[in-house]
Design a protein around this ligand. Sequence first.
Ligand SMILES: Cc1ncc(COP(=O)(O)O)c(C=O)c1O
Length: 369
Amino acid sequence: MRVEYNYLKQEFKNTKKIFSEWSKLIKSTDFTLGSYVDRFEEKFKNYIGSKYCISTNNGTDALILSLKSINVKKGDEVITVCNSFYASAGAIIACGAKPIFVDCDENFQMNINDLKKKITKKTKVIMPVHWGGASPDMRQIMRIANSKKIKVVEDACMGIGAKIGKKSPGTFGIVNAFSMHPLKSLNVMGDGGAIVTNDYQIYKWAKKYRNHGMLNRDKLDFWGVNIRLQPLQAIVAIEGLKKLEKVIKIRNYNSKILDEKLEKLYPNVILPPRNNQNKETFALYMALFKNRDKLKNFLIKKGIEVKIHYPVPLHLQKPAIKSGYKRGDFPIAEYQAKSLLTLPVHQYLKRKQLNYIINSIEKFYKKND
Ligand SMILES: Cc1ncc(COP(=O)(O)O)c(C=O)c1O
Protein backbone atom coordinates (compact mmCIF):
# COMPACT_ATOMS: atom_id res chain seq x y z
CA MET A 1 0.00 0.00 0.00
CA ARG A 2 1.16 3.56 -0.65
CA VAL A 3 0.46 6.48 1.65
CA GLU A 4 1.48 9.73 0.03
CA TYR A 5 2.27 12.85 1.98
CA ASN A 6 1.31 15.17 -0.85
CA TYR A 7 -2.42 15.31 -1.64
CA LEU A 8 -2.52 18.05 -4.25
CA LYS A 9 -3.59 15.79 -7.11
CA GLN A 10 -6.76 14.92 -5.19
CA GLU A 11 -7.17 18.47 -3.93
CA PHE A 12 -7.32 19.95 -7.42
CA LYS A 13 -9.00 17.04 -9.20
CA ASN A 14 -12.18 19.00 -9.72
CA THR A 15 -11.27 22.42 -11.06
CA LYS A 16 -14.57 23.17 -12.81
CA LYS A 17 -15.58 26.08 -10.59
CA ILE A 18 -12.05 27.53 -10.54
CA PHE A 19 -11.74 27.31 -14.34
CA SER A 20 -15.12 28.93 -14.80
CA GLU A 21 -14.10 31.89 -12.59
CA TRP A 22 -10.69 32.06 -14.31
CA SER A 23 -12.48 32.27 -17.62
CA LYS A 24 -14.50 35.27 -16.37
CA LEU A 25 -11.31 36.89 -15.11
CA ILE A 26 -9.53 36.35 -18.42
CA LYS A 27 -12.43 37.99 -20.26
CA SER A 28 -12.30 40.95 -17.86
CA THR A 29 -8.48 41.26 -18.18
CA ASP A 30 -8.52 42.53 -14.59
CA PHE A 31 -5.11 40.98 -13.92
CA THR A 32 -3.69 43.14 -11.14
CA LEU A 33 -5.57 43.46 -7.85
CA GLY A 34 -9.23 44.05 -8.80
CA SER A 35 -12.52 42.57 -7.67
CA TYR A 36 -11.42 38.98 -6.97
CA VAL A 37 -8.57 40.15 -4.75
CA ASP A 38 -10.95 42.53 -2.94
CA ARG A 39 -13.47 39.73 -2.51
CA PHE A 40 -10.87 37.36 -1.09
CA GLU A 41 -9.63 40.00 1.38
CA GLU A 42 -13.18 40.70 2.55
CA LYS A 43 -13.92 37.00 3.09
CA PHE A 44 -10.58 36.28 4.71
CA LYS A 45 -10.75 39.09 7.28
CA ASN A 46 -14.25 37.95 8.22
CA TYR A 47 -13.08 34.35 8.52
CA ILE A 48 -10.17 35.29 10.79
CA GLY A 49 -12.18 37.89 12.71
CA SER A 50 -10.04 40.91 11.98
CA LYS A 51 -10.87 44.40 10.71
CA TYR A 52 -8.51 44.59 7.74
CA CYS A 53 -6.79 42.19 5.38
CA ILE A 54 -4.17 42.81 2.73
CA SER A 55 -3.33 39.86 0.51
CA THR A 56 0.23 39.27 -0.69
CA ASN A 57 2.37 37.25 -3.04
CA ASN A 58 3.24 34.64 -0.40
CA GLY A 59 3.64 34.12 3.35
CA THR A 60 7.23 35.32 3.45
CA ASP A 61 6.22 38.67 1.95
CA ALA A 62 3.32 38.78 4.38
CA LEU A 63 5.81 38.47 7.26
CA ILE A 64 8.10 41.14 5.79
CA LEU A 65 5.14 43.45 5.18
CA SER A 66 3.93 42.94 8.76
CA LEU A 67 7.34 43.74 10.26
CA LYS A 68 7.96 46.72 7.99
CA SER A 69 4.51 48.12 8.71
CA ILE A 70 5.56 48.64 12.33
CA ASN A 71 8.93 50.03 11.29
CA VAL A 72 11.16 47.08 12.18
CA LYS A 73 14.60 48.06 10.94
CA LYS A 74 18.37 47.79 11.41
CA GLY A 75 19.36 47.67 15.07
CA ASP A 76 16.07 46.08 16.19
CA GLU A 77 15.85 42.63 17.69
CA VAL A 78 12.93 40.34 16.81
CA ILE A 79 12.46 37.27 18.98
CA THR A 80 11.25 34.11 17.28
CA VAL A 81 11.58 30.35 17.69
CA CYS A 82 14.51 28.30 16.43
CA ASN A 83 12.21 25.49 15.23
CA SER A 84 10.45 27.04 12.31
CA PHE A 85 10.69 27.34 8.55
CA TYR A 86 13.52 29.50 7.20
CA ALA A 87 11.11 32.30 6.28
CA SER A 88 10.42 33.22 9.93
CA ALA A 89 14.06 34.24 10.35
CA GLY A 90 14.57 35.30 6.73
CA ALA A 91 11.77 37.87 6.96
CA ILE A 92 13.43 39.46 10.02
CA ILE A 93 16.76 39.65 8.19
CA ALA A 94 15.04 41.10 5.10
CA CYS A 95 13.93 44.04 7.28
CA GLY A 96 17.53 44.62 8.41
CA ALA A 97 16.75 43.46 11.96
CA LYS A 98 18.36 40.69 14.03
CA PRO A 99 16.54 37.41 14.73
CA ILE A 100 16.92 36.35 18.36
CA PHE A 101 16.01 32.70 18.69
CA VAL A 102 14.31 31.04 21.63
CA ASP A 103 13.86 27.34 22.33
CA CYS A 104 10.58 25.49 21.92
CA ASP A 105 8.59 23.45 24.43
CA GLU A 106 7.13 19.94 24.47
CA ASN A 107 4.36 21.17 22.13
CA PHE A 108 6.94 22.32 19.56
CA GLN A 109 5.85 25.91 20.38
CA MET A 110 7.60 29.01 21.71
CA ASN A 111 9.15 28.29 25.11
CA ILE A 112 7.78 30.94 27.46
CA ASN A 113 10.57 30.67 30.04
CA ASP A 114 13.24 31.06 27.39
CA LEU A 115 11.33 33.96 25.85
CA LYS A 116 11.44 35.86 29.16
CA LYS A 117 15.23 35.45 29.27
CA LYS A 118 15.80 36.73 25.74
CA ILE A 119 14.03 40.10 26.02
CA THR A 120 16.44 43.05 25.93
CA LYS A 121 16.19 46.82 25.47
CA LYS A 122 16.55 46.25 21.74
CA THR A 123 13.59 43.84 21.49
CA LYS A 124 11.16 45.49 19.13
CA VAL A 125 8.91 42.54 18.37
CA ILE A 126 8.08 39.07 19.63
CA MET A 127 7.17 36.88 16.68
CA PRO A 128 5.64 33.60 17.86
CA VAL A 129 5.02 30.94 15.22
CA HIS A 130 1.89 28.76 15.12
CA TRP A 131 4.19 25.87 14.32
CA GLY A 132 2.62 22.90 12.57
CA GLY A 133 -0.80 24.52 12.87
CA ALA A 134 -0.87 24.26 16.66
CA SER A 135 -0.49 27.40 18.74
CA PRO A 136 1.88 28.74 21.34
CA ASP A 137 0.49 30.11 24.60
CA MET A 138 -0.64 33.39 22.99
CA ARG A 139 -2.24 34.74 26.17
CA GLN A 140 1.01 34.45 28.12
CA ILE A 141 3.00 35.87 25.22
CA MET A 142 0.64 38.87 24.99
CA ARG A 143 0.86 39.40 28.77
CA ILE A 144 4.67 39.40 28.66
CA ALA A 145 4.79 41.63 25.56
CA ASN A 146 2.25 44.12 26.93
CA SER A 147 4.05 44.38 30.26
CA LYS A 148 7.27 45.31 28.40
CA LYS A 149 5.53 47.44 25.74
CA ILE A 150 6.81 45.14 22.99
CA LYS A 151 4.76 44.52 19.87
CA VAL A 152 3.68 41.03 18.80
CA VAL A 153 3.55 39.87 15.18
CA GLU A 154 2.20 36.35 14.71
CA ASP A 155 3.70 34.06 12.12
CA ALA A 156 0.38 32.33 11.53
CA CYS A 157 1.51 30.93 8.19
CA MET A 158 0.41 27.43 9.23
CA GLY A 159 -2.48 28.59 11.38
CA ILE A 160 -5.38 29.26 9.01
CA GLY A 161 -8.35 27.41 10.46
CA ALA A 162 -6.91 26.89 13.95
CA LYS A 163 -8.47 28.30 17.13
CA ILE A 164 -7.17 29.36 20.51
CA GLY A 165 -10.30 29.18 22.60
CA LYS A 166 -12.70 31.06 20.37
CA LYS A 167 -10.06 33.25 18.71
CA SER A 168 -8.16 32.62 15.48
CA PRO A 169 -4.41 32.81 15.15
CA GLY A 170 -3.73 36.27 13.74
CA THR A 171 -6.05 38.08 16.17
CA PHE A 172 -3.57 38.56 19.01
CA GLY A 173 -0.66 40.49 17.51
CA ILE A 174 -0.80 44.01 16.12
CA VAL A 175 -0.32 42.74 12.55
CA ASN A 176 -0.05 39.11 11.56
CA ALA A 177 0.90 36.97 8.59
CA PHE A 178 -0.51 33.90 6.82
CA SER A 179 0.62 31.66 3.97
CA MET A 180 -1.47 29.97 1.30
CA HIS A 181 1.40 27.83 0.00
CA PRO A 182 0.07 24.62 -1.65
CA LEU A 183 0.56 22.44 1.44
CA LYS A 184 -1.10 24.83 3.90
CA SER A 185 -4.67 24.36 5.14
CA LEU A 186 -5.90 27.12 2.80
CA ASN A 187 -3.91 26.63 -0.35
CA VAL A 188 -3.63 28.19 -3.77
CA MET A 189 -2.08 26.81 -6.97
CA GLY A 190 1.33 28.28 -6.27
CA ASP A 191 2.06 31.08 -3.84
CA GLY A 192 -0.19 33.35 -1.86
CA GLY A 193 -0.34 35.06 1.51
CA ALA A 194 -2.09 37.71 3.57
CA ILE A 195 -1.76 39.95 6.59
CA VAL A 196 -4.51 41.01 8.97
CA THR A 197 -4.67 43.87 11.45
CA ASN A 198 -7.19 45.92 13.40
CA ASP A 199 -4.99 49.01 13.13
CA TYR A 200 -6.16 51.45 10.44
CA GLN A 201 -2.79 53.23 10.11
CA ILE A 202 -0.95 49.94 9.60
CA TYR A 203 -3.58 48.87 7.07
CA LYS A 204 -3.30 52.10 5.08
CA TRP A 205 0.50 51.97 4.97
CA ALA A 206 0.75 48.25 4.15
CA LYS A 207 -1.85 48.46 1.40
CA LYS A 208 0.16 51.18 -0.33
CA TYR A 209 3.56 49.53 0.28
CA ARG A 210 2.31 46.28 -1.29
CA ASN A 211 1.54 48.23 -4.47
CA HIS A 212 4.71 50.35 -5.02
CA GLY A 213 3.68 52.99 -2.45
CA MET A 214 1.29 54.41 -5.04
CA LEU A 215 -1.48 56.86 -4.24
CA ASN A 216 -2.80 56.37 -7.73
CA ARG A 217 -1.42 55.65 -11.21
CA ASP A 218 0.33 59.02 -11.46
CA LYS A 219 1.32 59.73 -7.86
CA LEU A 220 3.57 58.03 -5.36
CA ASP A 221 3.36 58.47 -1.60
CA PHE A 222 6.59 56.58 -0.71
CA TRP A 223 8.85 53.90 -2.20
CA GLY A 224 7.20 50.53 -2.05
CA VAL A 225 7.33 47.13 -3.72
CA ASN A 226 5.05 44.87 -5.72
CA ILE A 227 3.99 41.94 -3.57
CA ARG A 228 0.41 41.68 -4.80
CA LEU A 229 -1.63 38.47 -4.73
CA GLN A 230 -2.44 37.33 -8.27
CA PRO A 231 -6.20 37.46 -9.04
CA LEU A 232 -5.92 33.92 -10.47
CA GLN A 233 -4.82 32.79 -7.03
CA ALA A 234 -7.45 34.91 -5.26
CA ILE A 235 -10.05 32.82 -7.12
CA VAL A 236 -8.45 29.59 -5.88
CA ALA A 237 -8.33 30.99 -2.34
CA ILE A 238 -12.01 31.99 -2.40
CA GLU A 239 -12.92 28.43 -3.41
CA GLY A 240 -10.56 27.05 -0.75
CA LEU A 241 -12.22 29.10 1.97
CA LYS A 242 -15.55 27.42 1.19
CA LYS A 243 -14.23 23.98 2.11
CA LEU A 244 -11.69 24.97 4.76
CA GLU A 245 -13.77 24.01 7.82
CA LYS A 246 -14.41 20.56 6.35
CA VAL A 247 -10.70 20.10 5.64
CA ILE A 248 -9.79 21.04 9.22
CA LYS A 249 -12.46 18.72 10.59
CA ILE A 250 -11.15 15.71 8.66
CA ARG A 251 -7.53 16.44 9.57
CA ASN A 252 -8.55 16.65 13.23
CA TYR A 253 -10.49 13.39 12.94
CA ASN A 254 -7.50 11.62 11.34
CA SER A 255 -5.17 13.02 13.98
CA LYS A 256 -7.40 11.72 16.73
CA ILE A 257 -7.25 8.20 15.27
CA LEU A 258 -3.46 8.40 15.12
CA ASP A 259 -3.27 9.88 18.65
CA GLU A 260 -5.42 7.13 20.18
CA LYS A 261 -3.24 4.35 18.82
CA LEU A 262 0.15 6.00 19.01
CA GLU A 263 -0.17 7.10 22.65
CA LYS A 264 -0.21 3.40 23.56
CA LEU A 265 3.32 3.12 22.17
CA TYR A 266 4.76 5.45 24.83
CA PRO A 267 7.71 5.82 25.53
CA ASN A 268 8.74 4.70 22.02
CA VAL A 269 6.38 7.35 20.70
CA ILE A 270 5.88 10.64 22.54
CA LEU A 271 2.95 12.79 21.43
CA PRO A 272 2.82 16.50 22.19
CA PRO A 273 0.19 17.22 24.88
CA ARG A 274 -3.06 18.30 23.20
CA ASN A 275 -4.94 21.35 24.46
CA ASN A 276 -8.68 20.66 24.33
CA GLN A 277 -9.47 24.38 24.39
CA ASN A 278 -7.64 24.84 21.08
CA LYS A 279 -8.21 23.59 17.56
CA GLU A 280 -5.21 22.69 15.40
CA THR A 281 -4.94 22.68 11.62
CA PHE A 282 -2.59 19.69 11.73
CA ALA A 283 -0.59 21.27 8.94
CA LEU A 284 2.04 18.94 10.42
CA TYR A 285 1.22 15.85 12.50
CA MET A 286 4.42 15.61 14.50
CA ALA A 287 5.53 13.33 17.31
CA LEU A 288 8.81 12.11 18.78
CA PHE A 289 9.91 8.60 17.87
CA LYS A 290 12.63 6.40 19.35
CA ASN A 291 15.08 5.21 16.66
CA ARG A 292 13.64 7.87 14.38
CA ASP A 293 15.97 7.43 11.43
CA LYS A 294 15.56 3.66 11.37
CA LEU A 295 11.78 4.02 11.66
CA LYS A 296 11.73 6.61 8.88
CA ASN A 297 13.55 4.24 6.49
CA PHE A 298 11.28 1.38 7.53
CA LEU A 299 8.12 3.41 6.82
CA ILE A 300 9.43 4.72 3.51
CA LYS A 301 10.24 1.15 2.43
CA LYS A 302 6.65 0.27 3.29
CA GLY A 303 5.43 3.01 0.96
CA ILE A 304 4.53 5.52 3.70
CA GLU A 305 5.84 8.97 2.87
CA VAL A 306 6.99 10.62 6.11
CA LYS A 307 8.89 13.89 6.56
CA ILE A 308 11.03 15.67 9.13
CA HIS A 309 10.19 19.30 9.96
CA TYR A 310 13.13 19.88 10.29
CA PRO A 311 16.27 17.84 10.97
CA VAL A 312 18.36 21.01 11.46
CA PRO A 313 16.92 23.85 13.59
CA LEU A 314 17.33 27.44 12.39
CA HIS A 315 20.12 28.31 14.82
CA LEU A 316 22.29 25.50 13.40
CA GLN A 317 21.87 26.58 9.79
CA LYS A 318 24.93 28.14 8.12
CA PRO A 319 23.95 31.84 8.34
CA ALA A 320 22.93 31.51 12.01
CA ILE A 321 26.19 29.77 12.93
CA LYS A 322 28.05 32.62 11.20
CA SER A 323 26.26 35.04 13.51
CA GLY A 324 27.39 33.16 16.62
CA TYR A 325 24.81 30.46 17.35
CA LYS A 326 26.11 27.00 18.21
CA ARG A 327 25.07 23.45 19.09
CA GLY A 328 23.79 23.30 22.66
CA ASP A 329 22.11 26.73 22.56
CA PHE A 330 18.59 25.27 22.37
CA PRO A 331 18.57 21.77 23.87
CA ILE A 332 14.86 21.04 23.48
CA ALA A 333 14.72 21.92 19.78
CA GLU A 334 17.97 20.04 19.18
CA TYR A 335 16.68 16.95 20.95
CA GLN A 336 13.39 17.09 19.05
CA ALA A 337 15.13 17.59 15.70
CA LYS A 338 16.77 14.21 16.23
CA SER A 339 13.57 12.33 17.01
CA LEU A 340 10.64 14.04 15.36
CA LEU A 341 8.77 12.71 12.41
CA THR A 342 5.81 14.14 10.51
CA LEU A 343 3.19 11.59 9.44
CA PRO A 344 0.64 12.02 6.64
CA VAL A 345 -2.69 13.12 8.13
CA HIS A 346 -4.31 14.88 5.17
CA GLN A 347 -7.97 15.04 4.30
CA TYR A 348 -7.80 12.44 1.52
CA LEU A 349 -6.38 9.60 3.62
CA LYS A 350 -8.55 6.52 3.81
CA ARG A 351 -9.15 4.71 7.10
CA LYS A 352 -7.21 1.70 5.80
CA GLN A 353 -4.23 3.97 5.07
CA LEU A 354 -4.34 5.36 8.62
CA ASN A 355 -4.51 1.80 9.96
CA TYR A 356 -1.58 0.86 7.75
CA ILE A 357 0.52 3.71 9.20
CA ILE A 358 -0.39 2.65 12.75
CA ASN A 359 0.19 -1.07 12.12
CA SER A 360 3.54 -0.39 10.48
CA ILE A 361 4.75 1.69 13.44
CA GLU A 362 3.52 -0.97 15.89
CA LYS A 363 5.31 -3.66 13.90
CA PHE A 364 8.54 -1.62 13.89
CA TYR A 365 8.58 -1.31 17.69
CA LYS A 366 7.73 -4.97 18.18
CA LYS A 367 10.83 -5.82 16.19
CA ASN A 368 13.03 -3.07 17.64
CA ASP A 369 12.01 -2.82 21.29
C1 LIG B 1 5.98 28.99 9.79
C2 LIG B 1 6.12 29.50 8.39
N1 LIG B 1 6.47 30.78 8.20
C3 LIG B 1 6.57 31.28 6.96
C4 LIG B 1 6.32 30.51 5.84
C5 LIG B 1 6.51 31.12 4.48
O1 LIG B 1 5.37 31.08 3.70
P1 LIG B 1 5.49 31.04 2.10
O2 LIG B 1 6.05 29.72 1.71
O3 LIG B 1 4.08 31.25 1.63
O4 LIG B 1 6.37 32.17 1.70
C6 LIG B 1 5.95 29.18 6.01
C7 LIG B 1 5.60 28.30 4.89
O5 LIG B 1 6.19 27.87 4.03
C8 LIG B 1 5.86 28.65 7.31
O6 LIG B 1 5.54 27.37 7.52
